[in-house]
Design a protein around this ligand. Structure first.
Ligand SMILES: Nc1ncnc2c1ncn2[C@@H]1O[C@H](COP(=O)(O)OP(=O)(O)OP(=O)(O)O)[C@@H](O)[C@H]1O
Length: 616
């Protein structure tokens, strides 16, 4: 706890001018100011003294100078403050508290202006201002800054007084901002027209400003002061609404009067300390909310508003008595110093510090990012990609070479392969084959035409191949006799050739053995010009042909394998090319990202430089 001061509640009386209704009804002014601090009945029957008396000629600014300035300045120094107006309906409470914003502002807007003026003058200190605005309507606490928040609950808070749970608290940094909140709250106020006041407040309204202050150097203490600016609803008698009063107005009147009565009792008990009767703070929401202030933790200033008219005599007298009692209340007000980390200013400062740290970290990180992006990531990435590309290029080059080699091999191998259709049959072979066919036919015919004996002789001729040959020639001459002359000539012309061209197959077809011994060496090979070695037997030739055929088939298989290998490599090459394209795209993307990163950094740096400049 901080410094203490013992003070009385400051009580002033403000006399408003007679209003139209009073003048029209022939009302008379029976109360008048008596010096700076006195008020007396015109007939001299009664007089009262307070801290200050304001008459109908006094401007609200003057009221503020005496009733408001000290309270506000105490708040700025860390003491709680409370200013409220008390009086019957239509006596000028709202006029005093709020006034007419531009032409004749009341204590609330003047207090706000003064708070910010004081802040401006308080070098070496920092402040945090937050505001809330509520009204107590029919004993229900409603949020005027958020009309959806109705019937808010109250809770005891030993450090900060009575807390309104869930109330809207707006942090404000200028008087304009606070005034905007006031305007907004005013729109949600319960106001109605009565016989006594066209715009009568149907609820008590409390504009609350919490001022947190802290020295920028030295002790870390934070002073938290709460300023309550209260415009009470006025006490009402039944004639305020007339006999046709609606049930809503009657209900409002009941609640207003009951809470004002409780306030009166609280003030009475506080002013009479000898009487140890309990103080009924809890009997109304109004007194509960005012309890910390009235109990003595606040600098309290009360303006009691009265009508000077004779027809309001009772109400005015009641107000003046209330003011007298209030004047007696002594208060020990204490400065609210705290090192509580819950103080919003401490919390915000910590947050600001944390945010600045984070910003610094972010800036460093961004510089690092930029560097690494510039020097490491991108160049490394590029280097890797380039190396990969070079490797892929080499691979591709090798594969192309291999492919070329394979293509050449293939061509070479292809040139080795001879297809049947590629080979032109020799004229000689063709003729030989034709003759062979003819001979075969004729031999068959001959065999059929001969007796079974001659057939047997031929078969038996196996014993002596030469004899067989003779027989054969004999048989042939028989056949020749049977054939026409033309045939004979033809046959003879080709006989040698035929004999030479006959191979073992023909002989075997005819049921003979190979005529190797007939001519010494078989001549069949001479009829096969593609076999260059005439020394080979026909079987050997066939074998060679078969081997060659197999070899060609083998080569074909090899070529097929090579072809499929080439296909696989082609696919690999395609894959590599695709990979390279993808990597190049990645490189482009990374370059774009880097550009973006650089732009963002430049923007951030500019905004930082702007922010630091505007701070200075
Ligand atoms: N000092 C003053 N000078 C000029 N006009 C005043 C003064 N005091 C009050 N009035 C006028 O009297 C009328 C009623 O005043 P006001 O609304 O402030 O009364 P109130 O006490 O707030 O009433 P209620 O309790 O019904 O809300 C208003 O039109 C107001 O402008």
């Amino acid at each position: 706890m901080g410094e203490k001061t013992v003070e009385n509640i400051t009580v002033a009386v403000r006399i408003r001018p007679l209003n139209q209704r009073e003048l029209a009804s022939g009302g008379e002014k029976i109360w008048e100011k008596d010096g700076e601090v006195g008020i007396k009945e015109k007939n001299g029957a009664r007089n009262f003294f307070y801290d200050r008396i304001y008459d109908e000629n006094t401007e609200s600014t003057e009221v503020f100078i005496y009733q408001g300035v000290e309270v506000i300045e105490k708040c700025i120094s860390g003491y709680n403050g409370c200013i409220f107006c008390y009086g019957q309906t239509g006596s000028g409470k709202t006029h005093t508290m709020h006034g007419v914003r531009k032409t004749n502002p009341g204590l609330v807007p003047l207090s706000i202006d003064h708070i910010f003026t004081m802040i401006q003058r308080s070098s070496g200190k920092e402040f945090l201002i937050r505001c809330s605005y509520i009204e107590i309507y029919n004993e229900s606490v409603n949020d005027l800054l958020n009309p959806n928040f109705l019937n808010l609950q109250l809770a005891e808070d030993k450090k900060n007084g009575i807390k309104i749970i869930g109330v809207t608290e707006e942090v404000c940094t200028s008087s304009n901002q606070v005034n905007s909140l006031l305007v907004m709250g005013e729109k949600h106020k319960n106001i109605a027209s009565t016989n006594f006041n066209q715009r009568s407040s149907r609820a008590h309204s409390i504009f609350r400003v919490i001022v947190e202050s802290k020295n920028t150097s030295g002790r870390p203490d934070v002073a938290i002061a709460t300023l309550n600016l209260i415009d009470l609803a006025g006490s009402e008698s039944a004639d305020v609404h007339g006999p046709a009063a609606s049930s809503a107005r009657s209900k409002e009147m009941k609640y207003i009067n009951r809470s004002l009565l409780t306030l009166g009792t609280v003030i009475m008990r506080l002013s009479d300390k000898k009487n140890n009767a309990p103080i009924p703070y809890r009997d109304s929401k109004l007194t509960r909310l005012l309890q910390p202030a009235l109990e003595g933790d606040s600098k309290v200033s009360i303006v009691c508003n009265i009508s000077p008219c004779n027809d309001a005599y009772d109400e005015t007298l009641s107000t003046l008595k209330f003011a007298q009692r209030a004047k007696k209340i002594k208060q020990v007000i204490v400065k609210n110093d705290t090192t509580d980390s819950k103080a919003l200013i401490v919390k915000y400062e910590r947050e600001i510090y944390e945010l600045q740290e984070r910003l610094r970290e972010m800036e460093n990180k961004m510089v690092q990012e930029e560097k690494s992006a510039m020097n490491l990531n991108v160049s490394k990435e590029l280097q890797i990609l380039q190396e990969e590309k070079e490797r892929a290029d080499t691979k591709l080059e090798n594969l192309l070479q291999e492919k070329l080699q394979l293509a050449q091999d293939l061509e070479r191998l292809k040139s080795f392969i001879i297809h049947a259709e590629d080979v032109k049959p020799s004229k000689l072979l063709k003729e030989t084959e034709q003759k062979m066919k003819k001979v075969a036919t004729k031999k068959t015919n001959l065999l059929h035409s001969k007796t079974s004996t001659s057939k047997e002789i031929i078969i038996e001729g196996d014993e002596n191949l030469l004899t067989k040959n003779m027989d054969y020639l004999e048989n042939k001459s028989i056949v020749l006799e049977d054939m026409g002359n033309e045939d004979i000539n033809n046959f003879e012309r080709h006989e040698t050739m035929l004999l030479n061209g006959l191979d073992n197959i023909e002989f075997e077809l005819l049921g003979f053995e190979s005529p190797k011994n007939i001519t010494g060496k078989p001549k069949a090979k001479q009829a096969l010009p593609f076999i260059s070695n005439s020394a080979l037997t026909l079987e050997e030739c066939l074998k060679i042909i078969e081997e060659q055929r197999k070899c060609i088939e083998g080569q074909k298989n090899t070529i097929d394998v090579l072809k499929s290998e080439i296909d696989v490599r082609d696919q690999t090459i395609m894959k590599f090319s695709k990979d390279i394209e993808e990597k190049q795209e990645q490189v482009e993307l990374l370059s774009d990202e880097l550009k973006l990163c650089k732009n963002n950094l430049t923007k951030l740096q500019i905004s930082n430089r702007f922010r630091k400049a505007s701070k200075n």
